[in-house]
Design a protein around this ligand. Structure first.
Ligand code: BV8
Ligand code: ZN
Length: 253
């Protein structure tokens, strides 16, 4: 009978992780929500302020690069002012408590890295770097570009954020690594994602098909919920630290 109350769900997941050889985690914008970073599709989501197709597509950038940069500079500044939350710290601690872990994120805020996670597969790129639209230049934006019209220092053409927009293909090496992790894991954690964006949303389904135990941690319902072996209606920053603490106890000699 699947665990339903959060204490037995903590115990259930900690037991599964204590027997796991390889854990795969897929995180989304909800993982950073408790750091104060807005999500995309929630009630106060970023997208509710802007239509994704108005700012996160190559066509939007070609039409009005200044507007797209305004959106990304605002996010970069927001992320610069926040800190990793207990969920990020628990995820980083998990690395030392399981034999193998693959962390895949749709987030572009680099909070996992700031929390100490060593290897993070960034499926949708990151906010902190920009590349030239006309030459091979790639540069670090720090906590925000100097100008609101970032141009290439090498050739003077527009820079663009190093994020993956809708209609753009994901970095092939990141996709390949993520698919390989999803195929080899025995526990797949889907945390803080609405599971609506492809191909990221396919990873959990692939893992499920290969026999992995699929666990979703999300206060809301998603298209993955019905397929999860354990659906935890909780905030990741509250639930994940409890699981990792219990796992550490199980690991004690
Ligand atoms: C591609 C840019 C090949 C960077 C992003 C029709 C049907 C199906 C698919 C498609 C279709 N038409 C087109 C497609 C493909 C398209 C797609 O999937 N569209 C969707 C919207 C239908 N995908 C693509 O275009 C991808 N490329 O497929 O290439 C191709 C090539 C050409 C033509 C076609 C295909 C590119 C996808 C990448 C797009 N870029 N962002 C940026 O600005 O960030 S995606 C954007 O959504 C973000 O990156 C974000 O990461 C991503 C997913 O969102 P989530 O992370 O899940 O966040 P969301 O707000 O949605 O949900 C938050 C969740 O957290 C909620 O469930 C909430 O309940 C929960 N939560 C809240 N608080 C907490 C919490 N959980 C835990 N704890 C909490 N405290
Ligand atoms: Zn250039």
């Amino acid at each position: 009978m699947p665990a339903t109350d959060s204490t037995s769900q903590v115990e259930q997941l900690a037991q599964w992780l204590s027997k796991s050889q390889f854990v795969c985690a897929m995180t989304g914008a909800g993982f950073s929500a408790e750091s104060g970073v807005e999500t995309f599709r929630g009630p106060k989501g970023l997208w509710s302020g802007r239509n994704p197709m108005d700012v996160a597509t190559p066509e939007a950038f070609a039409r009005d690069p200044r507007d797209v940069w305004r959106f990304y500079i605002a996010r970069l500044r927001q992320v610069a002012g926040v800190r990793p939350n207990p969920g990020h710290l628990a995820m980083a601690r998990l690395e030392s408590l399981v034999p193998g872990i693959g962390l895949i994120t749709q987030n572009v805020d680099r909070l996992h890295q700031r929390a100490g996670s060593k290897e993070v597969i960034e499926l949708h790129g990151n906010l902190h770097e920009a590349r030239c639209t006309a030459c091979p230049y790639v540069g670090d934006l720090g906590d925000g570009p100097l100008s609101d019209e970032p141009k290439c220092p090498q050739c003077g053409q527009w820079l663009r954020p190093c994020v993956v927009w809708f209609g753009e293909t994901l970095p092939p090496d990141a996709v390949q690594k993520a698919k390989q992790m999803a195929a080899q894991c025995d526990v797949f954690l889907s945390i803080g994602t609405s599971s609506q964006v492809y191909p990221a949303s396919q990873m959990a389904i692939d893992a499920h098909a290969k026999g992995a135990r699929v666990v979703e941690i999300n206060p809301g319902w998603t298209p993955l919920t019905a397929h999860a072996h354990l659906a935890v209606r909780a905030k990741s920053g509250q639930f994940l630290p409890r699981v990792v603490e219990r796992l550490a106890q199980l690991r004690e000699p």
